[in-house]
Design a binder for this molecule. Structure first.
Ligand SMILES: O=P(O)(O)OC[C@H]1O[C@@H](O)[C@H](O)[C@@H]1O
Length: 278
């Protein structure tokens, strides 16, 4: 925005009276918390840590931290996530600002919560041991500190809503997955059962999947085919999963994945790097 001199503003608005900005001067801290979802054969999971310091030492908590002096809340969330998982460029979205003045007994702290989706297996080998992290079932989350359970419930609700409109659940799967695996993921998230035939038809109609030659022989004799995501279609179709509006126009147009150096606008918006091809 063009900077206008104060004297010019006063000249143009002779009636304007300059006032002082009002703020209490009291300290208000800003933190971030990361609600990290993962998925394996047992279902949808949440990553929690055991706190190694007061307040609430020894209790289960989401992974969080204070926003540093030179950081944005996004930077802080990316840092916190990296410290715990060693992963970068994973799907993450801002959820909500939790600002109840009494939410943290230590000090008045507002917290920007983010939720992230990761494939458990790709993360396991890099997990930092410092935080005593563990996966718990997302449908039976134990008591966490402060308002962290409330954050998890809101994140699950947001995930259900978003996953009905966008194909983001693929972020939770390995690069190579089967349709029964995908179906279990949807069933767990929505706590419902789908007819396998109808589910397959629906998924196929999205045109997002590429069938591989290989089959998964571990879970059935016949073996279910492995699929991978068509990266280009995934990015093009991220906002048109329902196909109700055919490729609607957005202000920040989603770029095709032809420029390998730069992430697409969609990638930037959701903080993810394009998935690797299987
Ligand atoms: O106490 P630490 O974990 O350092 O600071 C961040 C935490 O403080 C709380 O308000 C937030 O919910 C976040 O979990």
């Amino acid at each position: 925005m063009e900077k206008v001199e104060k004297s010019q503003i006063k000249k143009d608005n002779p009636k304007i009276k300059e006032k002082k900005r009002k703020y209490s001067g009291k300290k208000l801290l800003l933190a971030v918390d990361c609600i990290i979802f993962g998925f394996d054969e047992e279902g949808l999971k949440l990553l929690v840590i055991k706190r190694g310091f007061e307040p609430c030492m020894g209790r289960l908590s989401l992974m969080g931290g204070f926003v540093g002096e030179t950081e944005s809340s996004e930077d802080a969330a990316i840092r916190v996530l990296h410290e715990l998982t060693g992963l970068e460029g994973i799907y993450m979205e801002q959820l909500h600002l939790f600002s109840n003045p009494a939410r943290d007994p230590g000090a008045r702290t507002s917290v920007m919560a983010y939720f992230a989706l990761i494939d458990i297996k790709s993360y396991q080998s890099q997990m930092s041991a410092d935080f005593q992290a563990r996966w718990v079932p997302a449908e039976e989350v134990p008591k966490l500190i402060f308002d962290h359970n409330e954050m998890v419930e809101m994140a699950k609700e947001r995930l259900r809503y978003k996953a009905a409109l966008h194909p983001l659940l693929f972020e939770l799967l390995p690069d190579k997955f089967t349709i029964p695996q995908l179906q279990i993921l949807y069933e767990k998230l929505y706590d419902t059962k789908f007819d396998p035939g109808n589910f397959f038809k629906k998924i196929r109609s999205t045109g997002l999947l590429v069938r591989l030659k290989e089959r998964d022989k571990l879970n059935s004799k016949k073996g279910a085919y492995f699929y991978k995501l068509d990266n280009e279609k995934y990015e093009e179709g991220f906002n048109t999963f329902l196909n109700f509006v055919y490729r609607p126009k957005f202000k920040n147009k989603v770029k095709k994945k032809t420029d390998k150096k730069e992430n697409t606008d969609a990638d930037k918006a959701v903080n993810r790097t394009p998935r690797k091809s299987a």
